[in-house]
Design a protein around this ligand. Structure first.
Ligand SMILES: [Zn+2]
Length: 389
């Protein structure tokens, strides 16, 4: 037995030497990997994604077992807009069998982001659905699903997910869900389901009492059913909610008061609104009313007084129009040119602007096509310059 042990000594020594060599090699490998990893990170910090990708690709080729490196590499490709490569890296990672549960969930999340970026919403949706039941990923998965459902116009499901996100302590979604209710109301209106539309609009106001869109739609709905007093109440609520949207209700309000035979009340209301806002559309509406009720002189006196203090392009055009209507005089050619220029400027000008990203448009979008925020696009006030500014 002792002889056998003596015989084993060289084997043990050889094995010890081999183990030591292997540990040494492993330590060297780990040191090299660590150095490469920090090198890649430094490139990222210095905003040099090309060099970072080069380092991480080299590392991923050498060590195919490192999930984190593949995740980092995939993210880098996505950030650079190379979504196909990001998808390839993340899906190959998911196909591996030895990933930990957390690594797999992280890879699913990243692949979902890739699909989202590529516009493959159905694939992204399936992945986020898988993650939405995982406590650590619930918030991010819900917010991505809401984004997808919004693109797919599945407003009902989007409302359900927004409510769920709010319940688990996510960001407030009242403004967004109120708009989703308005979208559903517009769908119902297009199918002549007016009672259902009304229910959605009231739901919108419960969710967001400042939802001007809901009152605008309620006003239009009331006008359609011939209830002009209810329409007036809804349109007036718009000004109380957000004065910036008042230009949107000037025309329908005047129509309602006109139909009811109460233009006198309309003008009292308009004069009152003008105390709060000297925008061009209010000035123009007041001048139009004065022209029809009290004649050219009264309208001109009002416009000259108003424009001196609050110059607006719409007001100026109205003034020139009235003067042109008086017939050809010494200044007729100049006035004609001025009218032409102001009309051209008004036709070319954007009427709406997003307060969040600056996107400009000629028509009102409730969701900004550029930054995808709700209620950030508002009418641009037509106030050229205030006196003294
Ligand atoms: Zn925007």
């Amino acid at each position: 037995m002792m002889e056998l042990l003596w015989l084993l000594l060289p084997v043990a020594a050889a094995s010890g030497w081999w183990m030591a060599q292997r540990d040494h090699a492993r330590r060297n490998d780990a040191n090299t990997r660590s150095a490469e990893y920090f090198k890649g990170l430094n490139y990222l910090i210095d905003d040099k994604p090309d060099q970072a990708i080069e380092v991480f690709t080299r590392m991923a080729d050498v060590d195919r077992g490192t999930a984190e490196i593949h995740l980092a590499l995939g993210n880098l490709f996505r950030r650079r807009g190379e979504v196909d490569r990001a998808i390839h890296i993340h899906s190959s990672l998911i196909a591996r069998t030895h990933l930990t549960a957390d690594q797999r969930r992280l890879a699913l999340l990243e692949l979902g982001e890739d699909y989202l970026r590529a516009g493959l919403f159905d694939r992204a949706e399936a992945l986020f659905q898988e993650l939405v039941e995982q406590p650590d990923y619930m918030k991010v998965a819900l917010s991505r699903l809401i984004h997808i459902l919004q693109q797919e116009k599945d407003w009902r499901q989007a409302i359900t997910y927004c409510d769920r996100l709010e319940q688990i302590g996510g960001e407030p979604k009242q403004r967004q869900t109120a708009h989703f209710c308005c979208e559903l109301a517009e769908e119902a209106i297009s199918h002549d389901q007016l009672a259902e539309a009304k229910t959605w609009l009231h739901d919108a106001l419960v969710r967001d009492p400042d939802c001007t869109r809901a009152n605008l739609l309620l006003g239009n709905l009331a006008m359609r059913t011939g209830d002009h007093w209810a329409a007036i109440l809804a349109f007036q609520a718009v000004e109380r909610q957000d004065r910036g949207y008042f230009p949107e209700v000037i025309l329908p309000l005047s129509q309602c008061y006109g139909t009811l035979g109460h233009l006198d009340r309309w003008i009292v209301y308009l004069r009152d609104a003008q105390q709060r806002d000297h925008g061009g559309r209010i000035t123009d509406a007041l001048a139009e009313w004065l022209l029809s009720q009290e004649g050219e002189e009264a309208a001109l006196r009002f416009l000259e007084r108003e424009l001196r203090e609050y110059p607006t392009l719409l007001g100026l055009r109205r003034l020139v129009e009235i003067k042109l209507g008086r017939g050809e005089g010494a200044e007729y050619a100049d006035l004609k040119a001025l009218h032409c220029i102001s009309t051209q400027m008004l036709n070319n000008a954007a009427r709406y602007r997003c307060g969040n990203c600056g996107f400009v448009a000629k028509s009102l979008h409730w969701c900004c096509p550029s930054c995808l925020q709700w209620s950030t696009i508002k009418p641009i006030p037509d106030l050229v310059m205030k006196t003294g500014v």
